[in-house]
Design a binder for this molecule. Sequence first.
Ligand code: ATP
Length: 370
Amino acid sequence: MVAKNANFTIAVYPGDGIGIEIMAETRRVLAAAQAAVGGFALELTPYACGAGYYQESGEEISDASFEAGRNADAILLGAIGLPSVRKPDGTEISPHLRMRQEFGLYAGVRPVKLYPNVKTPLADARARNIDLIILRESTEGLFASVGKGEVIDDREARETLVITRSVTERLTDQAIGLARGRKAAGNGKGLVTCVDKANVFAAYAFFRKVFNERMDKASDLARAHAYVDAAALDLVRKPWEFDVMVMENMFGDILSDLAAGLVGGMGMAPCAEIGDEHGLFQPAHGTAPDIAGMGIANPSAMIVSAAMMLNWLAEKHDAPALADAGRGIERALEIGFANGSVRPYDLGGDTGTAAIADAVMAALPEALGA
Ligand code: ATP
């Protein structure tokens, strides 16, 4: 039994397109886990923002809704933006990118795991063991140049990549924490791989140097180094050998989608964006306007992102009941895939969004008992 009682406020931004649908179903799963585990209470408050809200109000998000995210214990986000709705400068509606910067969410945690019965394009049987984390730095790197790039006389274009010691140190510390947690839970190898291009660029050599300095203090873990091109090759050749991979923003942007392709695509790609104070949890995919409103979106990535939120809150606040619920939800999804009650449309199945949530809730008792 869990003795500690813990109450948490969650700012919920469903967003647009399938974000709204997968959020509704994920909230049902969270409520079921809370009822089944007990010992904690989540107060989820939804806030409007995104493309639909922009069409109504002329702003991406209200100041009050934005600040609600800052003041909440955690942020749960569906997906935001529609290609058909643009600001006058032609860019899409993206208040979550502002959250990433303002809330200092430098650590993008992207689990890559192959669930039972989900097909992988890899023929090797060892691919069934794919279970790794891509830790993508999310506030600097090449993306530090967003909005600052210049095209000179229609002749050449320039963007500047930024790596800071402060963020790289804390990013590496996050990687160390993840590797230790996975090792303790029995699903990690205690290995952190630094992915860079240190043989060519000073910025990546600096990234590697700072990584090594931090890793020197983690003698319980093994470390490896891979140039990004070799890492891409090995993610296809032998992804089961990786554990936690840490890298600059642009490299993480590309390799995390490549890795998602090994385990069923974007519907299977959860994400946590972590800073020193704040945590934002959202699937890595977008609003999928092509299937919005049809009830066929795969909520798996959103559900696992919500479970990651519970695990993060549990660790931050020393509240083990939330960790029980978080692990229970992940395990219930795994059971659903294993027993065939979860067969998402994007993976060639016929289980709709609500039916997948139903299947996860049905598997919760078994998952929590295990
Ligand atoms: P963004 O740039 O906002 O990430 P995008 O246009 O690159 O978005 P998505 O919105 O993620 O991409 O959609 C890409 C494709 O993947 C679409 O065909 C979409 O239907 C599919 N897709 C994405 N997420 C899901 C999901 N959860 N369930 C089913 N299909 C999905």
